[in-house]
Design a protein around this ligand. Sequence first.
Ligand SMILES: *[C@@H]1O[C@H](CO)[C@@H](O)[C@H](O)[C@H]1NC(C)=O
Ligand SMILES: *[C@@H]1O[C@H](CO)[C@@H](O)[C@H](O)[C@H]1NC(C)=O
Length: 178
Amino acid sequence: MANVKGVQVLLALAAITAIAHGATTTHLQFYMHDTVTPSTGTPATALRVVRGPTPSPGNSINRFGDMYAIDDPLTDAPDDDAASRAVVGRAHGFYLMASREADQLLLSVNMVFTAGKHNGSSVAVHGRDAILDEVRELPVLGGTGEFRGAAGYVLIRTHSFNASNNNAVLKVDMYLSV
Ligand SMILES: *[C@@H]1O[C@H](CO)[C@@H](O)[C@H](O)[C@H]1NC(C)=O
Ligand SMILES: *[C@@H]1O[C@H](CO)[C@@H](O)[C@H](O)[C@H]1NC(C)=O
């Protein structure tokens, strides 16, 4: 009995080691188009569903407590090559202005792939997004389909931001061990 238990413990440790070392590392790169203010031909993909009660110091747009529901398209290339870019998925979820003082969001989204070789799979991302930082690291909570059991992280960079209408294009680098 003791030996069987010992073997089970060793197998469990081996599995944990394999996960920690990452059996396969996948790098995905895509762009997330967050449209707060719609224009002709471009619907709003971020809707403010909660408005914080008090203006935040030094920030004319966002208030602590603001929450946006999002359904942002994910594309394989940024906005500026509109002709050549393809939609590869959607970011479904929300972001919440989670700091009283600074532009720091809680971003919680399911990255759902709807085309290409990852079509049908999804990855859950949840973490702190300090939107003025050049690079933000957020944890990956897990995935479905091809990415079932995935662990990893994303690095988010602001590709473009229009301060007059709050629309942004974010570059997302996703690193997954599956
Ligand atoms: C993605 O997968 C769905 C479900 O299998 C399928 O209906 C759809 O045509 C696929 N889309 C692309 C662009 O391959
Ligand atoms: C930024 O937003 C303003 C207001 O909606 C718009 O007039 C302007 O064209 C936008 N700038 C860019 C570079 O898209």
